[in-house]
Design a protein around this ligand. Sequence first.
Ligand code: NDP
Length: 322
Amino acid sequence: MKAIRVSQLGGPEVLQYVDVDTPKPGAGEALVRIEAIGVNFIDVYHRTGLYKLPLPFMPGSEAAGVVEAIGDGVDSLKRGDRVAYAMVRGAYAEYAIVPAHMLVHLPDSIDSKTAAAAMLQGMTAHYLATSVHPIAAGETVLIQAAAGGVGALLVQIAKMLGARVLGTASTKHLHIAAEAGCDVVIDYTKDDFEAVVMAETDGKGCNAVYDSVGKTTFDKSLNCCGLRATLGLFGQSSGVVPPFDPSRLAKNGVFLTRPSLGHYIHTREELLDRARELFEWIGSGRLKLRIDREVRLTDAADAHRALEARETTGKVLLIPDN
Ligand code: NDP
């Protein structure tokens, strides 16, 4: 089969399109013929070495396709089942071995491209809005990078839950944050978002701040937290947040957390519940995905370049040739 392999850390050029043996599923595993692969920032962090993996490795954390074969002891799946998964590495390939307990069956209303676009960013937005800080109607939340993949989904879910949503985006993405449903859109490349948030909340700050931008926004995100607010730092698109003094949390008794999707799909039940609700929202049209572009698997490097250049708004999919 064809796959992308990383043999040395570096820029997008280290994503090599190579021939490898098609793997066989072991006990508790399934072989999935991949139809669509979701590209995520974590794939960039693996490629650059920000998140360490032993070399060589096959990148990619999310895909959808069809079960081709199952290993011993798998009774939840059969050949031909349509499935999707997230948080299992090795998705940049024509076939992948996935533990059966990580696979979710797809309802008829969800095709493979939609599923590959929804699993990781969608379940992330879901756990942020329903578990990291369960948003209550009438609350005010600040969502950084509100036009990004997770951001635009989180805005929509926060609105569904009845929040007032303040969202930031860079100049060329402002319209996307507005389309997602932000009540107030702030251009954080031009305006002081902290000042706008304080003005919009009568100086009280927000009930929750969701920050995936990291280095360039974290300080002011903390200042935007109101009394006993939650600051969910869930990414670092602009770079890693430098060490800071935890006594700064004392001002409003802020709860700071650095969650990962893995913490919130920890059990099979939790994974299935999140995926089910996500697919229901998508199937009914309440939650709209934005697929930015589809790129051939062989051109995975181009997909990474676009992501890192901040060109994309929504999901980038890789499509294998098989
Ligand atoms: P996207 O690329 O879709 O969106 C990221 C957005 O961040 C961009 O659209 C851009 O919007 C903004 N941004 C601000 N500064 C920068 C910068 N210096 N470089 C690039 N983008 C920048 O990514 P995702 O929505 O998939 O992921 C966002 C973050 O969330 C990533 O850090 C990712 O690792 C993390 N994440 C964390 C998860 C978790 O469970 N902890 C799960 C999924 C993602 P604009 O130009 O409008 O500012």
